[in-house]
Design a protein around this ligand. Sequence first.
Ligand code: ADP
Ligand code: AMP
Length: 220
Amino acid sequence: MATEPKFIVLVGPPGAGKGTQAVKLHEALNLPHVASGDLFRQNLKDETELGLKARSYIERGELVPDDVTIAMVMERLSQPDCVNGALLDGFPRTIAQAEALDQALAARGQKISVVPYISVPDEVLVERLSGRRLCRVCGKSYHILFNPPRQPRMCDEDGGELYQRDDDKPETVRNRLKVYWERTSPLIDYYRRRGVLVEINGDQPIEKVAADLRTAVADD
Ligand code: ADP
Ligand code: AMP
């Protein structure tokens, strides 16, 4: 039986739990997890031309220019595993990116199914980002207090070393939140007007947020 394509866009400030929840939704829905931040970090690691273009913006907590970002994500969405949908995390982050995504999906006869907006107060975000640790091997996100690994500094999945992102240091976090409120939060109204936004309270335990999200994506 053919299934309806499902494009889910997770919106929310840095540290809201988009990555944490996308991993769970990916397991539940079997949709590819397309995270623009992860794509950029892979390019930085591989020292590609794209990585070189993006580096200074990422280090300062600024957004990478739209043309570079849109081209990178569209290339990813054109891969065969995304024909039936994807879980987008961290993209779009500007109105221009949202319009580019709408146009690209429309050209394929597709559209966004639902946009869960994970809301979390700024003071909680700062605490979350300062304690966030990532696996060097698989990128899985932990928190030293709220979601610790079973063994200190080691990924539960593959034993990879956990590290702190340079842009999770307090000075950069403050700028990322400012950029979020200025450039990304207008997306909340953009998607609300299109009738696809569902607000999720992200200031709850991880499993409760996951349950609310499963309901939101099942109802769309
Ligand atoms: P995002 O992808 O939105 O930037 P992450 O999923 O990486 O955010 O989560 C940021 C940090 O907060 C991580 O350290 C993660 O373990 C932790 N975290 C995520 N969701 C919750 C939650 N509901 N309660 C407490 N900590 C959380
Ligand atoms: P993230 O992992 O989503 O927190 O993203 C890390 C950094 O990558 C951001 O602070 C930006 O510099 C850059 N980035 C990720 N996604 C985008 C996007 N959609 N538009 C512009 N820059 C982005």
